[in-house]
Design a protein around this ligand. Structure first.
Ligand code: S3P
Length: 451
């Protein structure tokens, strides 16, 4: 069994144990991009014909989306855990008898499916595990209802219930810069009569838009809006039937951060996705004085991709807010970790959205970093972190949240002594090879049983 598949089965009580003090350097395995993997599966299920998808993310969340399209009648043939062939059933081909789909803790699965199912003729129930069951769903329900969808939830939380049916294109102005919600609106727009226009207050990852264009949909988009003329009669399989998912910049971020804060660190990663809605982390690190070189820019299925080299340098504090926030949303807790090693006070603001992610990430990372000795002040919409502070290993709580577990493990690499993070198995929600990757870079890291 590979380390990655072992992690998927690790008991929830397992801990990630890291010992600081080792140099970090070299190359390491990444993972296919999680956001794009969800979308290519869903859109592949709507295509006319088969799509061979290479480098699909093997993470737990994407497994939920894969099971969902199978439950809806699309055929998925796995050549191995990262290459699958999805045989689509056409843009309006996922109707059928009532279906109940368990989205687990995958918010992207639930929100994108809500949009896709709004226009498919069948009754549906989307259920969630406890963590996802606490997260807000009204933000996706409201715009879909504005398009005429029959979809509801009690108190704006999962489970979601509805019946797919006729939809009307609409002008949707989102109050949140959310790619999940924008993506849901566009998936609904495929089966809507007339033009759907979705606007968001700041640039977000536009993977849905790029894939739809790649598949021949009549879509126009820029960094603030997308316009789709519906109903769309046919979607061609992406990449002419062969689509390679770029590697995940949000997974890469953990390795880059490790090299950025461990003296003499140096990491080289190739084939990393560089969608402009995802590169805020690199911009912030650069502003802090990190030595980052990106070359080999190329395109994969409409997405920019490149090779990244990061070398350790003395870092200085920065300010992160405004439009940079949605472009680095999943990496902000990690930037808080990096800020503990930068000279001066880093302020991260406009990020209250972090409170409704897999955990309250503002509180969760602050609690962990404070136990490691960081100087971090919690604010309603972010933190003020003053560095550099020498970190000292401790037992910390991963808050049952993959990105918090991994961010605290990275902090542990820069700490003296042993850091033990609860919730090791959560890592597989997005990056099953995380432990293997840190070990490949020379990190002293292991998974231990028990709490
Ligand atoms: C995602 C969008 C972001 C991000 C999440 C993945 C996506 O969420 O935090 O991890 O794939 O669209 P929001 O759309 O809620 O900001």
């Amino acid at each position: 069994m590979t380390m990655a598949s072992k992690l998927l089965q690790t008991p929830t009580s397992a801990r990630l144990v890291v010992r600081g003090g080792r140099a970090i350097g070299g190359r390491a395995p990444l993972a296919g991009d999680k956001s794009i993997s969800h979308r290519i599966l869903l859109l592949g299920a709507l295509a006319d014909g088969p799509t061979r998808i290479a480098n699909l993310s093997p993470c737990r969340d994407v497994t939920r989306t894969r099971a969902a399209i199978e439950a809806l009648g699309a055929r998925v043939d796995a050549l191995d855990d990262r290459i699958v062939v999805v045989t689509g059933r056409g843009v309006r081909g996922l109707g059928g008898p009532p279906v109940r789909i368990d989205c687990g803790d995958s918010g992207t699965t639930m929100r994108l499916l809500a949009g896709l199912l709004a226009g498919q003729p069948r009754r549906f129930t989307l259920t969630a595990a406890a963590g996802l069951g606490r997260r807000p769903m009204d933000r996706v329900i409201a715009p879909l209802r504005a398009m005429g969808a029959d979809i509801r939830a009690r108190d704006g939380r999962a489970p979601l219930e509805g019946t797919g049916g006729p939809l009307a294109g609409a002008e949707i102005v989102l109050p949140h810069a959310s790619a999940q919600v924008a993506g849901a609106v566009l998936l609904a727009g495929l089966n809507a009569e007339g033009t759907t226009r979705v606007r968001y207050p700041a640039p977000v990852r536009d993977h849905t838009e790029r894939l739809l264009a790649e598949m021949g949909a009549p879509i126009r988009f820029d960094m603030r809006s997308a316009t789709l003329d519906g109903p769309v009669i046919r979607l061609d399989p992406a990449g002419g039937g062969t689509y390679t998912v770029p590697d995940d910049p949000s997974a890469a971020a953990f390795l880059l951060a490790a090299a950025a804060i461990v003296p003499s660190g140096e990491v080289r990663l190739s084939g990393v996705g560089l969608n402009p809605g995802r590169t805020g982390f690199l911009d912030a690190l650069e502003a802090m004085g990190a030595d980052i070189a990106i070359d080999g820019w190329r395109e994969h299925g409409g997405e920019p991709v490149g090779d990244i080299v990061l070398r350790h340098r003395t870092l200085r504090a920065t300010e992160i807010g405004g439009a940079l926030v949605p472009r680095s949303i999943d990496e902000l807790p990690l930037l808080a970790v990096v800020a503990t090693q930068a000279v001066g006070t880093t302020v991260i603001r406009d990020a209250a959205e972090l409170r409704v992610k897999e955990s309250d990430r503002i509180e969760a990372i602050a609690a962990g970093l404070a136990l490691l000795g960081a100087d971090i002040e919690v604010r309603p919409d972010g933190w003020a972190i003053t560095g550099p502070t020498p970190l000292v290993g401790a037992d910390v709580d991963g808050a049952d949240d993959h990105r918090i577990v991994m961010a605290l493990a990275v902090a542990g690499l820069a700490a003296r002594g042993r850091t033990s993070v609860s919730g090791a198995s959560r890592v597989a929600d997005s990056y099953p090879r995380f432990v293997e990757a840190l070990a490949a870079l020379g990190g002293d890291v292991e998974i231990t049983a028990g709490s």
